[in-house]
Design a protein around this ligand. Structure first.
Ligand code: IYR
Length: 223
């Protein structure tokens, strides 16, 4: 490594037994996380959302460029506008834009073009990926590993929300251009996910299919 300005890494480490306990406790927490479409009609505390976003902003990213932008929408009118625009795309999706194979893969989830949960949930966090950066004078800055970086930040956010006791749904209508329009985002940003966030309804359901997780042995190879 070339000499660069650096500071000491400050992170806790643990004896093996405690590592095991902590790893298990985090697994037990994350094991309970499921996407749901059943939200309580109840506002979410904005400070909690902000703290979770602060966590998302600590994700690693290509060349530390942090090529993301998050728009928090609690305004019922803007949420409703997004719901209506999303439902229009979704109707086209379910009526023929999606392949038979895709619709077959979705069948166990029971999804359709109804996105009324967007009105009910406390907020939307619309995540944008910055395909390139823009300097003050309007010139472009190349960004690296944008999809990976925004995906990792989204993962941090989802884990942080779940840890705080908020449910979410990764909603990805296709195409998502209407989100840039409604939220008036600049041309260097593409909508990545419409994350629907809120308290789960008291009788919130998850599809049985969602419990069908691969066993560790099916998705890990140790050499
Ligand atoms: N965007 C549609 C379809 C959909 C696609 C996938 I991949 C999902 O995991 C779930 C739904 C919708 O939201 O209904």
């Amino acid at each position: 490594m070339k000499p660069i300005p650096s500071v000491p890494l400050k992170m806790q480490t643990f004896a093996e037994e405690e590592m095991g306990q902590r790893a298990l406790a985090f697994f037990e927490l994350m094991k309970q996380r499921h996407s749901t479409r059943d939200f309580a009609d109840k506002p979410v505390p904005l400070e909690v959302i902000m703290r979770c976003l602060e966590t998302a902003g600590r994700a690693p990213s290509g060349a530390n460029q942090q090529p993301w932008h998050f728009v928090v929408v609690t305004d019922p009118e803007i949420k409703h506008k997004i719901r209506l625009a999303a439902e229009e795309e979704e109707r086209a999706f379910y009526a023929g834009r999606a392949s038979e194979e895709w619709l077959e893969a979705l069948a166990p989830l029971g999804t359709d073009a109804d996105k009324s949960f967007i009105d009910r949930a406390g907020c939307l966090i619309v995540i944008f990926a910055q395909s390139y950066g823009l300097t003050e004078d309007g010139s472009r800055v190349k960004h690296y590993y944008v999809q990976e970086s925004v995906g990792i930040a989204t993962g941090f956010l989802i884990a942080a929300l779940h840890n705080a006791g908020l449910a979410c749904l990764t909603h990805t209508p296709s195409p998502m251009g209407f989100l840039s329009e409604i939220l008036q985002r600049p041309k260097n940003e593409r909508a990545y996910i419409n994350l629907v966030v809120g308290y789960p309804a008291e009788d919130a359901q998850v599809p049985q299919h969602a419990l069908d997780k691969k066993d560790l042995t099916e998705f890990v190879t140790v050499l």
